[in-house]
Design a protein around this ligand. Structure first.
Ligand SMILES: Cc1ncc(COP(=O)(O)O)c(C=O)c1O
Length: 372
């Protein structure tokens, strides 16, 4: 949808892009300055596959300070984005035929990476009428002797749901009981609204020993193009991930790693500035969405997406969410992502990583299109 939106924009059409999954802010200047300094200081050569010690040390400190668990240099691999960290994880964890539980709606990359790694994705649906909250019994019912891991993504792309500490505890207990790995993608950890983020690995040694935590710079520090993500896992898994990465990309870009050190030590007020702007946009957008007849939307607890239920508007020449998304793009010039790509038919994902003016204009176009 983003590509098609760009094509229309190239034709001079004013398209409001609700499809992109990245902050619209520029990377904060202290991070850019650190990258320039890294070039001037000659940090332009190969480095260790796991990442420079300077960055891994900064990660150890950041995790103790913010995520509230202890880790060590030998538990960290720095990669080319969290997506890469996830791919290392699945390649290392899975043997052919191993099942991985995904909680739908989920970010579609998980499914494809599991398949690319020879695994079998198993979907457990969460309920929109219950704000997509975790149903531990449904997860339990999906466990088989072949289940190897469960993916947790809190705060979640696309729904904006974030799990409570209690929900995560229940899931962790299940993982311990059935000897499962937990892949905890916490890339949106800083972008929460009236919600306190809980890292899975804080729940004690027994949980941490079966958890691979995925973090990164893309969303929290507006650094999507710099491609820095990292994993925190038990040492033997980390060694295997480092060996695998060594044969695929070697290290993540050296200059971006030094920029990431600056990101992890950034003045928290800068991060809070971006978070609070997202929160203001969320509140503004939600008010308009709630005024559209036949559209339901939960109040997101994190990330920067509305996941709206448009099932009442389907039918006729718009039988499904894909048809509606295409029509909205062609006729109202708003780019959205159909829910079916996240295994949630009848929904649309709208990113509010755009200016307040664009948000208001785009949502009013949506309202006009759906009510006309
Ligand atoms: C849930 C989730 N995890 C991971 C990523 C990937 O982040 P990165 O840009 O660091 O690869 C994204 C990006 O959209 C995401 O939404």
């Amino acid at each position: 949808m983003t590509t098609r939106a760009r094509e229309l924009q190239a034709q001079g059409i004013n398209v409001i892009a609700f499809a992109a999954g990245e902050p619209d802010f520029n990377t904060p200047s202290p991070i850019c300055e650190a990258a320039k300094k890294a070039i001037d200081d000659g940090h332009t050569k190969y480095g260790p596959s796991r990442g420079f010690p300077a960055l891994r040390n900064a990660i150890v400190e950041k995790v103790a300070r913010e995520n509230k668990f202890q880790t060590d240099l030998n538990q960290i691999v720095v990669s080319c984005g969290a997506k890469h960290s996830l791919y290392n994880t699945f390649r290392v964890l899975l043997d052919p035929g191993d099942e991985v539980i995904l909680l739908a709606p989920y970010w579609m990359t998980y499914k494809d990476q599991v398949l690319l790694s020879g695994g079998v994705p198993v979907t457990v649906h969460t309920d929109s009428s219950n704000n997509f909250s975790l149903d531990v019994n449904a997860v339990k019912a999906a466990i088989t002797p072949k289940t190897k891991a469960i993916v947790v993504n809190s705060p979640c792309n696309p729904t904006g749901t974030a799990f409570t500490r209690q929900e995560i505890k229940e899931l962790a207990a299940l993982a311990i009981k059935h000897n499962l790995w937990i892949v905890s993608d916490e890339i949106y950890e800083h972008l929460t609204y009236n919600h306190e983020h809980t890292s899975v690995a804080t729940l004690g040694k027994e949980v941490a020993e079966r958890t691979i935590t995925i973090l990164g710079c893309s969303k929290s520090y507006a650094m999507t193009g710099w491609r820095i993500g990292f994993s925190i896992a038990p040492p033997e898994i980390t060694s295997a991930m480092a060996n695998f990465q060594d044969q695929v990309t070697s290290n993540a870009t050296s200059i971006a790693q030094y920029a990431a050190v600056a990101a992890l030590n950034l003045n928290p007020e800068i991060i809070e500035g971006m978070r609070s702007e997202f929160e203001a946009r969320k509140d503004l957008g939600l008010e308009i969405i709630h005024s559209i007849p036949g559209v339901k939307a939960a109040d997101p607890k994190g990330a920067f997406y509305f996941f709206i239920d448009i099932r009442e508007h389907l039918g006729g020449d718009c039988p499904d969410d894909l048809a509606l998304a295409e029509k909205l793009l062609d006729q109202a010039h708003i780019a959205t992502v159909p829910g079916s790509v996240f295994e949630a038919d009848g929904f649309l994902r709208l990113s509010y990583a755009c200016s307040r003016a664009e948000l208001t204009e785009g949502l009013n176009r949506l309202k006009g299109a759906l009510t006309s």
